[in-house]
Design a protein around this ligand. Structure first.
Ligand code: ADP
Ligand code: MG
Length: 395
């Protein structure tokens, strides 16, 4: 096992494409680090540079205590799992798993022992004599994992290993892969474009955008405290509701934001906990509201100003909760590169993406399409961003 360190690593392809810019990232020994971001943001390139399959243009990569910039892939003590995990169709499961060891001239009985171990770990004991053609997609994926594990590498690199599986199997396999990694404890860098996969699997998640690292933190910290509009919009499903609004601050105590003709009151503690907001007095900000921070106004509570009126466009009853899609009369604030990723996951009614917003209500809500409702806003959990540079406004 080894820690991995990327220090100002960049990749410019010969055609001039800057795929990765100044990427600095430390992966702890035994950690499961996920690289996530939209297609084309440089994830695969970053991973291939760690593997040694792509030369780095500048910077330093260390695995354990070695600088590996000049080291051939075979000398880096890594194992990779790709999206297209080509298994040899004419070989049995056991032979497929043991193949890398055979290549390295490991003695036969030792191969048998290690294959056995890997097969047991992966629940493939009963299938070792089968050929890949006689396996399900999930089982084949497990064989590919077995081929990586059997080498007992100090680092796993995985590039979208689950994207060829159907949705249900993908959910099951992501739990399996995460559990497996915990058991073998090998440092892992895992690439995906799917934020749900990233959130559920990673000890920490590094969000990339256009060759740059946006933010790296635990899944919960990324969700609760995004550094940028991009991370706020990219992480979470249904995604954060984002609107451009004008911020008014009266004296020092409290304030409000104007959202398409409606006024949303901001209690004093919202402002005191984000001193940076004072600089935006009378100016536009982007305000972010997570769907679960909007609740159904029950009419009984005192109006504290944290309330918006909305027209209900659609109610999706999911059994455990209802997603209420609404229109506030304000266009949502679009963040480039985040929309398609959300639609990919199929959790958003596609014809509604782009208008209004979404609230998470309880399963037995009685709100009806076509009516106007009151939304209570959890103002303490609002997010604020600079509309120009997209940075979170805090201090
Ligand atoms: N061999 C290559 N030559 C030139 N450009 C490339 C090459 N491989 C990838 N790219 C470009 O580099 C950028 C990052 O690609 P990639 O690392 O594959 O992104 P991701 O894995 O996040 O989808 C993209 O713009 C892609 O078109
Ligand atoms: Mg890729």
């Amino acid at each position: 096992m080894s820690a991995v360190e990327l220090d100002c690593v960049a990749k410019v392809y010969p055609n001039g494409t800057v795929a990765v810019s100044e990427l600095s990232l430390s992966v702890d020994d035994g950690e499961f680090m996920v690289l996530v971001g939209p297609s084309g943001c440089g994830k695969t390139t970053a991973l291939r540079m760690v593997a040694g399959l792509e030369e780095i243009t500048s910077g330093t990569i260390r695995i354990g205590d070695r600088t590996v910039n000049q080291l051939a892939p075979k000398d880096r003590d890594i194992a990779m799992v790709f999206q297209n995990y080509a298994l040899y169709p004419h070989m049995t499961v056991a032979a497929n798993i043991g193949f890398p060891l055979q290549l390295h001239g490991v003695p036969k009985d030792e191969i048998a022992r290690r294959v056995d171990e890997a097969a047991t770990l992966l629940g493939l004991e009963q299938l070792v004599d089968r050929k890949p053609g006689q396996l399900s997609g999930g089982q084949r994926q497990r064989v590919a994992m077995g081929r990586a594990i059997v080498r007992e590498p100090s680092l796993f690199l995985m590039d979208e290993p689950l994207s060829n599986l159907d949705a249900k199997l993908r959910v099951q396999m992501r739990a399996e892969v995460a559990r497996l990694q915990q058991r073998v404890g090998v440092t892992t860098i895992y690439v995906t474009h799917d934020q749900t996969e990233a959130m559920t699997m990673g000890d920490r998640v590094a969000v990339m955008r256009a060759g740059l690292l946006e933010q790296v933190d635990t899944p919960q910290a990324l969700y609760d405290d995004p550094d940028s509009l991009f991370v706020g919009a990219f992480i979470g499903s249904p995604s954060m509701n984002l609107y451009q609004a004008r911020l008014d601050i009266s004296g020092n105590a409290s304030g409000s934001i104007e959202l398409g003709g409606q006024k949303l009151g901001l209690p004093a503690d919202v402002l005191t906990s984000r001193p940076g907001l004072q600089r935006y007095k009378g100016r536009p900000v982007v305000v972010g509201i997570r769907p679960e921070d909007l609740s159904e106004e029950d009419g009984r509570s005192e109006s504290d100003g944290g309330r918006l009126k909305a027209d209900v466009l659609l109610v999706e009853a999911l059994g455990s909760e209802s997603l209420v899609h609404f229109d506030l009369g304000v266009p949502i604030f679009e963040v480039e590169g985040t929309r398609s990723a959300v639609e990919d996951q199929g959790d958003v009614a596609p014809h509604l993406a782009g208008i209004g917003g979404t609230a998470r209500f309880g399963p037995r809500t009685t709100v009806a399409v076509g009516t106007a409702i009151g939304l209570r806003v959890g103002t303490a959990r609002l997010h604020f961003f600079d509309p120009a540079d997209g940075r979170a406004i805090r201090d």
